[in-house]
Design a protein around this ligand. Sequence first.
Ligand code: SAM
Length: 191
Amino acid sequence: MITFLTNTWAQLELPQSESGITELDMGCGKGKFTLALARRYPERLILGNDVMLGRLRRLDRKVERGGLTNMRLLRASSLEMIAFQLPPRCIDRIHLLCPDPWPKDKHEVKRLVCSDFLCRLRRVLKPGGILHMSTDHAPYFDAWLRFVGQLSWFERADGASDDVADIKTDFEELWLSQGKTVQHVNWRLVG
Ligand SMILES: C[S@@+](CC[C@H](N)C(=O)[O-])C[C@H]1O[C@@H](n2cnc3c(N)ncnc32)[C@H](O)[C@@H]1O
């Protein structure tokens, strides 16, 4: 099922998972990672959001065919979703995997990871919650290390996504097949 959050001020009510744990695959795309995560942890609620409806519809059909009852798809823009559409302190782990790097200097302002985004994340992550990020774009990765690393409310949490290190997203698979390197980093919300 796809829940539409675009053009709404409503706050989503999330179902309680068996374990009480909720994870979000932000900008899930075709959703290979989201599906694998939901299969690996049937007792957790797995959310995937994206703005591309066609991708979500195709993914939704796979969710139904696979009989996955612990996965919810959100047609939602990430910034708005974390600002007001998700309940506060509801997510245990956010996966932001291979977000668009906008490599040209003139497009840098379009990058998702900025101070506004990181402030809003504090609202939806549970205390101790994890932000897991990856990219093939070395300058974007270096910017994360500098930028997130200077924030007092995040600390490095190396190993916090080791349990899913074997699951590759569609884009990570593509970059790896082209001989590129995809770097991952994890942060824990501490304040
Ligand atoms: C480069 S793809 C990565 C997809 C997936 N995470 C992967 O690694 O295969 C980036 C995805 O983010 C989505 N996206 C871009 N901006 C977004 C936004 N503001 N809100 C939600 N999704 C967004 C795109 O539609 C696209 O599916």
